[in-house]
Design a protein around this ligand. Structure first.
Ligand SMILES: C[S@@+](CC[C@H](N)C(=O)[O-])C[C@H]1O[C@@H](n2cnc3c(N)ncnc32)[C@H](O)[C@@H]1O
Length: 215
């Protein structure tokens, strides 16, 4: 998209200071309305479609590239969509500031960037602090949905979750241990998913149900 940088460095100083803001639930939605969040939404095709498909759900798109946040907010206003919000986040720094504990029904992490490489570091998209925040912010029985066109990314996310004593207790793979979910169970798709399928490539998808272990 013209005018928006392809990538930013989430490890850069500018993005390492926590500054994400809590999102405010639209007033017309009840406190127990379902909440679905797209993490790293870019143009948010998935979130726009989901908000239209499920008008009683509060849909939120979060993104590190602020020009996308601004552009999506302008589109929400233009199209007068009442149940869709957008905000800035650096997933590896300040997602914990955006939602209250146990308030989110589903996180969608769709086609996350592979990892940012600089001279010294590689960083996984799904890493322990993000897993902890997701567990904390999901409601009991809530879901983490991850999809990617890159097998290794999905496998690394699975390894982070299912290969870890800490996280495997809290996440149940809905397709069975170490298994991919076949097909898209949602009525909507992100832009990157459309592109992947158009190219005849496979989408690698996993779905996890959270268990806080206290019921
Ligand atoms: C490949 S795009 C996918 C966009 C969309 N979800 C889709 O499926 O079409 C990945 C997005 O994640 C965002 N992103 C990468 N690292 C991030 C981070 N640490 N925090 C928040 N967003 C991030 C990127 O800026 C980019 O917009």
């Amino acid at each position: 998209m013209r005018g928006i940088r392809q990538h930013v460095n989430p490890l850069g100083l500018h993005y390492s200071i926590p500054r994400a803001q809590p999102l405010t639930r639209p007033q017309h939605l009840p406190a127990d309305a379902p909440v679905e969040v797209e993490l790293g939404c870019a143009d948010a095709q998935f979130s726009f479609q989901l908000a239209r498909h499920a008008p009683d759900t509060w849909v939120c798109g979060l993104e590190i590239r602020e020009p996308w946040v601004a552009r999506n907010l302008r589109r929400v206003a233009r199209e007068n969509i009442q149940n869709l919000s957008f905000g800035y986040v650096n997933l590896n720094v300040d997602l914990d500031r955006v939602f209250a504990p146990r308030s989110v029904d589903r996180f969608h992490l769709l086609f996350p960037d592979p990892w940012f490489k600089d001279k010294h570091k590689k960083r996984r998209v799904v890493e322990p602090s993000l897993c902890r925040t997701i567990i904390e912010q999901l409601r009991p029985g809530g879901e983490l949905h991850i999809a990617s066109d890159i097998f290794e990314i999905t496998l690394e996310a699975m390894a982070e979750i299912e290969g870890s004593e800490e996280f495997s207790r809290h996440f149940e793979n809905l397709a069975g241990p170490w298994s991919f979910w076949r097909g898209n169970p949602f009525a909507v798709a992100s832009r990157r998913e459309d592109t992947t399928l158009r190219r005849g490539q496979r989408v690698w998808r996993v779905r996890y149900r959270v268990d806080h272990g206290d019921s």
